[in-house]
Design a protein around this ligand. Structure first.
Ligand code: ATP
Ligand code: MG
Ligand code: FE
Length: 332
């Protein structure tokens, strides 16, 4: 089977081609327009998707050396994400499938982040746990099979990616701040400024309190020394990152213990974080886990993950019809 996949849930316009389970191309257009606003502006995202979608798809087909008439299906992100952004990909996928007379396959963006692990080797063995950490979500997912997964823990307020981005903003860093905190953290002392760890019941998370703690901490310090942030950037970033990672891994440990599962994966944009990757790798040795860390290109939003998810759904004959519409709050 040859499938074209389209991703447009947030601020990346992406298209990929997958043939018999092998990704042949994965084109991503990042939207720079949001940087000036310190976050994604939904209206601007939709407009940029409209501008990018045809060239991105054309390039994905060209790179894969596949023509439209070779396609067996079109897969697309139905949700979760920004309504206006999702609508662009959804409408395009629907018209393309209708025009070509081929099936449509809808994909859940968060399931796709998890299934990104099946693009390359080594592939996790079922059942496994996946810590999905991104700009909008923080979930511990129990993955029983390709299309059978359950969220067993999640954040009750902010996502961890949001915590990274919002604290970066407090530090005067540009959006998205996650990767910048990561870079500074590599030169800082993670124990320089201890922040309290918020412990939520069960396997759940909360990151809004941490953000507030950091806000007050910075406010007090800047009152004493106006240059505090500039002078201590590396140590502040290392300390914030260390705290966020500890909170994340604490519940992963708990989930592994409760379920007895030792196959542990991470996914989503924050799984690109060097500190998290290292901490998980170290913990795996102690806990005797087998850990799975995605390639950088498959951590943040991309259509290759939509393609692999679409491939498994296509194989199961799980098609959708022309009545389908974008679903901003789509669940598993
Ligand atoms: P969702 O998948 O929940 O709908 P999203 O698609 O916006 O949200 P992703 O593209 O998967 O999220 O991830 C983007 C997030 O990942 C941003 O919050 C960004 O700051 C964060 N991120 C990316 N790289 C790093 C890094 N190296 N360290 C920390 N955070 C990072
Ligand atoms: Mg993004
Ligand atoms: Fe995402």
């Amino acid at each position: 089977s040859t499938i074209l996949a389209i991703e447009s849930s947030c601020d990346e316009t992406s298209a990929a081609v997958i043939k018999d389970g092998k990704v042949l191309s994965n084109v991503i257009a990042n939207q720079q327009v949001h940087e000036a606003y310190g976050g994604v502006v939904p209206e601007l995202a939709s407009r940029a998707h409209q501008k990018n979608i045809v060239p991105v798809i054309t390039q994905a087909l060209e790179m894969a050396k596949v023509s439209k008439k070779d396609l067996n299906a079109v897969a697309f992100t139905r949700g979760p994400g920004l309504l206006g952004a999702l609508l662009v990909g959804t409408s395009f996928a629907k018209s393309l499938a209708l025009g070509l007379g081929i099936p449509l396959v809808e994909v859940n963006h968060m399931q796709a982040h998890v299934l990104a692990h099946f693009i390359d080797t080594p592939k996790p063995k079922f059942p496994f746990l996946c810590l999905t950490v991104s700009g909008g979500h923080t979930q511990i997912v129990l993955v029983r099979n390709y299309l059978e997964m359950e969220v067993i823990g999640e954040t009750l307020d902010d996502a961890v990616g949001e915590a990274f981005d919002k604290t970066a903003k407090l530090l005067g860093l540009p959006y998205p701040g996650g990767p910048i905190i990561d870079r500074y953290a590599q030169e800082g002392n993670p124990l320089a400024f201890p922040f309290p760890e918020v412990n939520m019941p069960k396997l759940n998370y909360s990151f809004s309190g941490i953000k507030t703690n950091i806000l007050y901490f910075l406010r007090d310090k800047v009152k004493e020394d106006a240059q505090f942030i500039e002078k201590n950037m590396a140590d502040i970033c290392a300390s914030i990152q260390y705290t966020l990672i500890r909170i994340l891994l604490h519940k992963v440990k708990k989930a592994a213990k409760e379920t007895g599962i030792k196959e542990i994966a991470i996914a989503g944009g924050v799984s690109a974080n060097a500190g998290l990757r290292q901490a998980l790798t170290d913990l795996a040795v102690k806990q005797q886990w087998q850990v799975y860390i995605p390639a950088f290109e498959y951590c943040t939003d991309n259509a290759a993950m939509i393609a692999i998810a679409g491939y498994y759904k296509y194989q199961q004959g799980e098609f959708t019809n022309q009545k389908v519409s974008a679903m901003p709050r789509m669940k598993f």
